[in-house]
Design a protein around this ligand. Structure first.
Ligand code: PLP
Length: 370
């Protein structure tokens, strides 16, 4: 038998969430709403779909490694093409960053209850990051993260907003940290939801307004652009950071159609504005209604809200009760938050139906707790 390295045999396989078709079949419900993966409920940008349709005949050729998209993004953000890297989703960029910069003995720091993709990537590469406890209001504790830095720290991973809590840190908190972190430590700023966040919080921190030599900003086309299935994300940093990552990246990623979809989606301001406006309305509704129902939930600047059910049994009951009513949400055991579930915003109709379902379910599930 082929012997597996211990850090690989210790990995828990990724369990994809249930599909709408499966829930439809299991519970005999039409109109199942998948509010589990922070996807865009409006689908994909129509301009992206058109562009992909007319590019289908070009797929016998190898992709250009993201070059065309890098040039478009460079013009959009006023950066050099050499400062931009594209890959198969920002998840792949997290893996690539760890693969490029880490060596035995290096240390990583992040926060408890952060994005599962980072936790998995670290494990997969044989590292065990230090996860600093969150503040009482579910936010990253940047002072405690700073205090945890040692001479071996190589990478700090910060998700702003954080998935699954939806919480964020302020410009002042970020500046306090980044000005103190040694330049030998790479700070990853994962901003998968920034397009939504800026509308919800007009003074939301945009890391691309800063130009620190040891900072890498990650963004994605999977969320507001509605292209999760195409797998395209990008990173922006100084050339000294991007150049080694380009050397490590598989040469033909991202794929041709994903890149074409992403370029067209960037031009589709109409779809972007509609998606952002729908989400802001959904987040306001969830915030107001969850508060009215007495649910503990941090204010979110993403396209999802986390509900803290205070114990894992109640979280599981709430998840199952919603499932039986046709709402697929996300239990957060894998994120080390087994007492919580996460609900993504949907279409207006899905949001309205979700609140109606919650009104019926919450008093039963939480009868001894609220
Ligand atoms: N980073 C965060 C914080 C996320 O929430 C997600 C997806 O849920 C990703 C990265 C990965 O996105 P992508 O689809 O680009 O790999």
């Amino acid at each position: 038998m082929i012997q597996l390295p211990k850090h690989i045999s210790d990995l828990t396989p990724y369990k994809a969430g249930q599909s709408a078709a499966e829930i439809q079949r299991l519970y005999g419900i039409d109109n199942v709403a998948k509010l589990a993966s922070n996807e865009n409920p409006l689908g994909s940008s129509p301009k992206a779909i058109l562009a992909v349709q007319s590019a289908l005949h070009n797929c016998s050729l190898y992709p250009d490694g993201g070059q065309a998209l890098r040039e478009v993004l460079a013009a959009k953000f006023g950066r050099m093409t050499e400062e931009i890297i594209c890959h198969s989703g920002s998840d792949a960029l997290i893996h690539l960053t760890l693969r490029t910069f880490l060596e035995a003995g290096d240390e990583l720091i992040s926060s408890h209850g952060t994005f599962i993709g980072f936790q998995v990537a670290a494990k997969l590469h044989g590292f065990n990051p230090q996860y600093i406890p969150q503040t009482d209001d579910y936010r990253f504790d940047l002072e405690a993260i700073f205090a945890a830095i040692t001479s071996r720290t190589k990478i700090i991973y910060l998700a702003n907003v954080n998935n699954p809590t939806g919480t964020y840190f302020t410009k002042e908190e970020f500046e306090w940290l980044i000005e103190r972190v040694p330049t030998s430590v790479l700070v990853i700023m994962d901003e998968a939801y920034s397009e939504y966040s800026k509308d919800i919080m007009p003074d939301f921190l945009d890391s691309l307004r800063y130009n620190y030599p040891n900072m890498l900003t990650l963004r994605t086309f999977s969320k507001v652009y509605g292209l999760a299935g195409f797998r395209v994300g990008y990173g922006i940093a100084n050339e000294e950071i991007v150049a080694p990552m380009l050397r490590t990246k598989l040469p033909f990623e991202p794929n041709t159609l994903g890149q074409i979809a992403a370029i067209a989606a960037l031009e589709d301001t109409d779809f972007l504005e509609k998606s952002v406006a729908l989400n802001t309305e959904g987040i306001r509704l969830f915030t107001k209604e969850f508060t009215r129902l007495g649910l503990k939930h941090p204010h979110s600047a993403g396209n999802f809200v986390m509900i803290d059910c205070t114990n894992p049994d109640i979280a599981q009951q709430l998840y199952m009760a919603l499932l039986r009513k046709g709402f697929i949400t996300r239990p957060l055991g894998g994120f080390s938050l087994p007492h919580c579930i996460r609900i993504s915003t949907g279409t207006k109709d899905q949001n309205k139906r979700l609140i109606e379902a919650m009104e019926a379910i919450v008093p039963l599930v939480f009868q001894d707790y609220l």
